[in-house]
Design a protein around this ligand. Structure first.
Ligand code: CDP
Length: 290
């Protein structure tokens, strides 16, 4: 199932914060991610779209000088294993700084769901690649994406190099042209700091012990009204992590320059404040360089 050849992706060299330039967002009304303020957002416009939209709670950002000299979007890459708290952290950072947020796991989950809905096998590379090519922003809001079967199937399709390649431009495009006000993006996933945005301004790798993560996921699932038991959640999570770490294509691993945050004994507020401090400091440094 896993191709043995290395995943060959376009080089990110010479590109602002993320990979090579990709076409701007296609047109059409689609909702898929959180725009600043926490609302679902229509498709982003080009980076040239208007950039105001501040909140009193938001940190100040480098000011643009002219339409052609706007600062590049500020990119925060957050990676980590399942249920490590990276999604919550990503949402909160996006809210604090007025950045757009993309949960890249939803792309793999949507790919898996398309395969499952068609009665296909998520382990079949051709079916997975075909589905990945069809995934668009409007697939990302389906509440069924959160199901555990879909998560397990997502980690199967995610190991297929062609799937990762098909989803690459979507993610890089989001980082290079975040939805309005377009000044920054937070992407969370498994390979954001290593493959998708290797030159991100801030890279975080959020982790926690397997047992802590399983307990958190159990709580989350029970809050959704699901009758789940700890041992099953622990087993699913362990299997998925092992697959994500062992796969040949963009395995789960911290980027060498990522800040590692172990949240086993830290509560979400402390993690958030620590990460927000790092982002604020880096934003300031970036401002001085302009
Ligand atoms: O929410 P949770 O951390 O449990 O999972 P997720 O982020 O929604 O990701 C679901 C699955 O998609 C993961 O187990 C990975 O196999 C895959 N994934 C990936 O390979 N690369 C990403 N950037 C994001 C997710």
């Amino acid at each position: 199932m896993n191709a043995k050849k290395p995943l060959c992706l376009p080089s990110p060299a010479n590109e602002p914060n993320c990979g090579p330039g990709v076409p701007p967002w296609p047109g059409g009304p689609q909702t898929a991610w959180e725009a600043p303020g926490g609302r679902a957002q229509n498709l982003p416009r080009r980076a040239g779209a208007e950039r105001e939209g501040s909140s009193t709670q938001r940190e100040s950002l480098p000011r643009s000088r002219s339409r052609d000299e706007r600062p590049k979007p500020f990119v925060v890459a957050i990676d980590g294993p399942a249920a490590s708290g990276k999604g919550t952290l990503a949402r909160r950072l996006a809210e604090r700084f007025g950045f757009a947020h993309l949960d890249t796991g939803a792309l793999y989950r949507a790919t898996a769901l398309l395969v499952l809905d068609a009665g296909g096998d998520p382990g079949d590379p051709a079916a997975a690649e075909g589905a990945a090519r069809r995934v668009g922003p409007d697939h990302l809001a389906d509440p069924r994406l959160r199901a555990d079967e879909v998560a397990a199937a997502a980690s199967l399709v995610a190991a297929v190099p062609e799937v990762r390649r098909a989803l690459l431009a979507f993610q890089r495009n989001f980082a290079a042209h975040p939805p309005p006000p377009g000044r920054g993006a937070v992407l969370d996933g498994r390979d954001i700091g290593t493959v998708i945005c290797p030159t991100a301004d801030v890279k975080l790798f959020v982790t926690a012990s397997t047992e802590t993560r399983a307990s958190r996921r159990l709580k989350e699932l029970r809050e959704q009204g699901l009758a789940v038991i700890y041992q099953d959640v622990l087993q699913d999570l362990t299997q998925r992590d092992a697959r994500d770490r062992a796969r040949h294509a963009a395995p789960l691993a911290p980027a060498p320059d990522a800040e590692i945050i172990d949240t086993t004994t830290l509560d979400a507020d402390i993690v958030f404040e620590r990460a927000a401090h790092l982002v604020a400091r880096t934003l300031k440094e970036k401002e001085w360089q302009q």
